[in-house]
Design a protein around this ligand. Structure first.
Ligand SMILES: CCC(=O)SCCNC(=O)CCNC(=O)[C@H](O)C(C)(C)COP(=O)(O)OP(=O)(O)OC[C@H]1O[C@@H](n2cnc3c(N)ncnc32)[C@H](O)[C@@H]1OP(=O)(O)O
Length: 635
């Protein structure tokens, strides 16, 4: 039996022993009584009775163990012309001081702190400072609009918000503070304190005494040490899109998270202490949480925080420049980024300018890796390109080619095999196991391994209903796919109304909610359709109210602007078409999957429950050819 098969078998047959051994790489303040607490299924807890501090494991511990002068964080920002390195000692000092700032603002263990920051070192500092004092951070991605931020504030009910005057999107300045002010106005929950980092590119007006200037507060703060927290205490809440407009607050614990992420670095990514790891994502997504911040630092690596884009900052050689300059060993990004680079530099002329001698592997996740992109990247880089599949809910890879454990043959289009700890299955609608290569729902048999979501924030019922009810005893991933004879998993895409736009998981429901509020709209549907660069883009189909005397093009342009304004630019809704009717079942359910299939050029059977097949047929031309974008985005 190979190393992978042996590890997988051990992880499933004796998870207590498997993860108990992995837990030895973490510094515990109080060792756990139990590795797996399975006393209250379907809720499982890892490392109960144990106490630790995640920040201690990510920073202080490394300083004490001799890594104080090693770079912990490299901030590379082509949009500001900055490259700055922070050693473990420097980062520990900054975090300890900012933890003092939070304390001084009344933030204590268990309090929530919303972090709404661009890709600047302060984002990492704020997250780790929360961990240091046992506060629970909830990072909100900067591409969301005020309304979305307000919804998250109302749900997490934070004591404080940490933000900045602006973000920099390529050449565009995004004023964060007005968005924050608007969100605070919209939110019912009243936030007591906002700590605002003033960036030189744009000064924000502070509302005193609510708003506190980051630099002034840090100058006045006393450094604070790490507090012990229970392994099962929440480290963070990260909201992710569900099928409805209401985001789900995925909870991450401290103990299981630290153990699983630390294990994943050596066994999946093949990196260890001292290596340079770069996840080119955003701290607002789970990749940013796990593989920009926590996993590399828990492992004693150097992590790269990149404030730039794959193209345009300044060109499609940007990723290769960063990888070469910082001697990156593992680069992790989303396929959409590689497709954007490929589009601009198909022959790799820019890539050829850089010495990528240190680069060992390119890991890709966040959306399906299409074989074309895989082959292009593998050919251009001439080194392993590794697809892997996971979700915000799981926090770390579920299916991967475990480079550290045992590199397995690559099958382009498949992220390879279930990761140790994840008993991945494919089920038929009746819950019976699918045959090899038969498509079904991808599920994971409970218990999920450490590091995965123990529940949704203050909503055990929604946790059970969303993930554990469809197939009792299993976690429902929401993705469909198949498993082949060799145990390789083939992920085909979402089985629900969640879209994946440029690696950003978005709810079509939230866009529909916004569009439905337009006075001329009678009903609408948003579907995700294939896009050559972003993977998927949303497309809106709208039925106007009878008697609406507005020009359809004007309504479409207004709808595009409304979604951008109320959901955020990241929704990237550009295609909206006015149609005479939407196809529905006899019970009135809109047939989104059927429309999606036609738009993607797939042969989809017309559901037998359809009310009027002619309606679906009449949409075919519009679904196959969206026409021009409804409007150019505002400058
Ligand atoms: C495995 C578990 C997971 O799935 S975790 C999620 C993993 N996903 C990712 O890491 C995301 C990968 N995608 C990306 O990094 C970006 O899409 C890349 C490839 C860099 C392209 O970026 P960009 O050209 O900006 O396109 P986009 O579609 O991301 O953005 C659309 C519009 O939104 C804006 N936007 C984006 N981020 C922000 C932000 N932080 N603050 C403010 N605005 C933001 C973009 O500027 C863009 O605006 P515009 O429409 O061009 O005006």
């Amino acid at each position: 039996m190979g190393a992978y098969a042996a590890a997988f078998e051990r992880s499933i047959s004796d998870p207590t022993r498997f993860w108990g051994l992995a837990a030895r790489d973490i510094r515990w303040l109080v060792p756990p009584d139990r590795v797996l607490d399975d006393g209250a299924p379907p809720f499982y807890r890892w490392f109960t009775g144990g106490e630790l501090n995640t920040c201690d494991n990510a920073l202080d511990r490394h300083v004490e163990e001799g890594r104080g002068d090693q770079p912990a964080l490299v901030y590379d920002s082509p949009v500001t012309g900055t490259v700055r390195t922070f050693t473990y000692r420097e980062l520990t000092d900054l975090v300890a001081r900012f933890a003092g700032v939070l304390r001084a603002q009344g933030v204590d263990r268990g309090d929530r702190v919303v972090v709404y920051l661009p890709m600047i070192p302060e984002a990492v500092v704020a997250m780790l400072a929360c961990a240091r004092i046992g506060a629970v951070h909830s990072v909100v991605f900067g591409g969301f609009a005020a309304r979305e931020l307000a919804a998250r504030i109302d749900h997490a009910r934070p004591k404080a918000v940490v933000s900045a005057s602006c973000g920099i999107e390529g050449s565009r300045l995004v004023a964060y503070k007005p968005l924050l002010d608007e969100a605070l106005e919209l939110a019912a929950h009243k936030v007591e304190r906002c700590v605002v980092r003033q960036r030189p590119q744009l000064h924000a007006d502070l509302v005193r005494p609510r708003d506190v200037d980051w630099d002034e507060a840090v100058a006045a703060a006393e450094p604070v040490g790490c507090v012990p927290v229970a392994a099962t205490d929440p480290l963070y809440i990260l909201y992710t899109s569900g099928t409805t407009g209401r985001p789900k607050g995925v909870v991450r614990d401290n103990g299981g998270h630290a153990v699983a992420l630390r294990w994943s670095m050596e066994n999946l990514f093949g990196v260890g202490p001292g290596d340079v790891f770069w996840a080119a994502s955003d701290v607002g997504w789970v990749v940013g949480h796990s593989y920009i911040v926590y996993a590399p630092l828990l492992t004693g690596c150097t992590t790269v925080l990149y404030e730039g884009k794959p193209v345009g900052t300044p060109d499609a050689g940007a990723f290769w420049r960063v990888a070469a300059q910082h001697r990156v060993k593992v680069l992790f990004t989303a396929p959409t980024a590689i497709r954007a680079i490929k589009k601009e530099d198909p022959d790799g002329r820019l890539l050829a300018r850089y010495d990528l001698g240190a680069l060992d592997t390119l890991f890709l996740a966040g959306e399906r890796l299409d074989p074309d992109t895989y082959h292009w990247a593998a050919r251009m880089l001439d080194r392993p390109v590794v697809d892997h599949w996971w979700q915000t809910e799981t926090g770390w890879p579920m299916v991967c080619n475990p480079r550290g454990l045992e590199p397995l043959p690559v099958k382009p289009g498949s992220p390879s095999v279930p990761v140790p700890g994840y008993d991945v299955r494919v089920l038929r609608p009746d819950g019976s196991p699918a045959a090899p290569d038969e498509e079904g729902d991808i599920v994971v048999r409970l218990p999920l391994p450490p590091g995965t979501l123990p529940t949704l924030w203050q909503d055990d019922a929604r946790f059970v209903e969303s993930y554990l009810t469809r197939f009792p005893g299993h976690y429902l991933s929401g993705d469909g796919g198949r498993m082949d004879e060799d145990g390789y998993v083939w992920v085909m895409g979402r089985t629900d109304d969640v879209v994946n736009v440029a690696g950003h998981r978005l709810s079509t429901g939230v866009m529909e909610e916004v569009m439905a509020a337009h006075p001329a709209v009678a009903e609408c549907a948003v579907i995700g359709v294939r896009d050559p660069v972003k993977g998927q883009v949303p497309r809106g189909l709208v039925v106007l109210k009878s008697g609406a005397d507005r020009a359809p093009e004007a309504v479409c342009a207004e709808l595009v602007a409304m979604v951008r304004e109320q959901v955020g630019p990241v929704a990237a809704l550009r295609q909206v078409a006015v149609v005479p009717a939407l196809p529905k079942t006899r019970s009135g359910k809109i047939l989104r999957a059927a429309m999606r299939g036609i738009a993607d050029g797939r042969d989809v059977p017309v559901p037998s429950t359809i009310e009027d097949p002619a309606v679906l047929e009449s949409l075919r031309p519009v679904l196959l050819d969206p026409g021009a974008d409804a409007d150019a985005p505002p400058a």
